[in-house]
Design a protein. Structure first.
Length: 247
């Protein structure tokens, strides 16, 4: 069984007038921007309401408090200050979800925070403790500090793979500064997703073959052609004989 997730609630325009409602209809889990890098009370409520209508799981996509940089810039921030910011972000989304009869079921860091907590212990601990406090699952990279700490605290950890992002042989995402960091061809996404599911392997952009193990597959909402890429992911899952279901 495989989950399909996407970042939602990041569009700069009014949510119902943006491209994102189409994306929400193609996923089983929505990583909802909750104010740190994007999103506000209005977009959160709109996303949560439609997610409830579609049976899509609601996740808190917490980030460094960096709206100017869209959460993609590493921040010098103390663990205490980060914890306070993430609590506020989670609480705001939780209120929006509760207002439409839903609830937050997992946490997923965004952007620079996602990359930082692969190895940075103090910020990884903040993220894991947030999930532990609310007794929800945590999405993240396999073999990361968050996975190890989640195991120590009894937090259900969901290994994630990105269908629209290239990987280095070390197992981390290729930096966006590389020209080949994004995978935007639906055909390529379909082929590499099927291979990842069936063989558990993908090609690393810096050479070699990387073994992958995951329960959820992500496509970023701001990747060009995101809707087509999500359809390609779903086709690959079906072709591989796997079931698409929320976590």
């Amino acid at each position: 069984m495989l989950d399909v997730n996407c970042d939602i609630g990041e569009a700069p325009s009014a949510w119902h007038e943006s491209y994102e409602p189409e994306l929400l209809g193609l996923v089983t889990s929505a990583n909802v921007a909750c104010g740190g890098h994007a999103g506000d009370a209005e977009s959160m409520r709109a996303v949560c309401a439609q997610a409830m209508n579609l049976g899509v799981a609601i996740g808190a996509q917490v980030s460094y408090p960096d709206r100017a940089g869209f959460g993609r810039t590493m921040m010098k921030i103390s663990p205490d200050a980060l914890a306070q910011s993430l609590r506020e972000q989670y609480d705001e989304l939780s209120r929006a979800a509760a207002g439409v009869g839903g609830r937050v079921s997992y946490v997923k860091p965004h952007g620079a925070l996602y990359n930082a907590v692969v190895a940075r212990e103090d910020h990884a601990r903040v993220v894991v403790q947030l999930a532990a406090q609310h007794e929800v699952a945590l999405f993240g990279l396999a073999r990361s500090a968050t996975e190890r700490l989640a195991g120590h605290l009894g937090v259900p950890f969901v290994r994630e793979w990105f269908a629209d992002r290239a990987y280095l042989a070390s197992g981390v995402l290729a930096p966006r500064s590389r020209a080949d960091a994004l995978v935007t061809s639906p055909d390529e996404v379909r082929v590499r997703t099927r291979r990842a599911i069936v063989d558990g392997r993908i090609d690393a952009v810096d050479g070699g073959v990387l073994e992958v193990d995951f329960r959820t597959i992500c496509v970023h909402s701001d990747t060009p052609g995101a809707a087509q890429l999500l359809r390609a992911v779903r086709e690959a899952i079906d072709d591989a004989g796997a079931e698409i279901t929320a976590i």
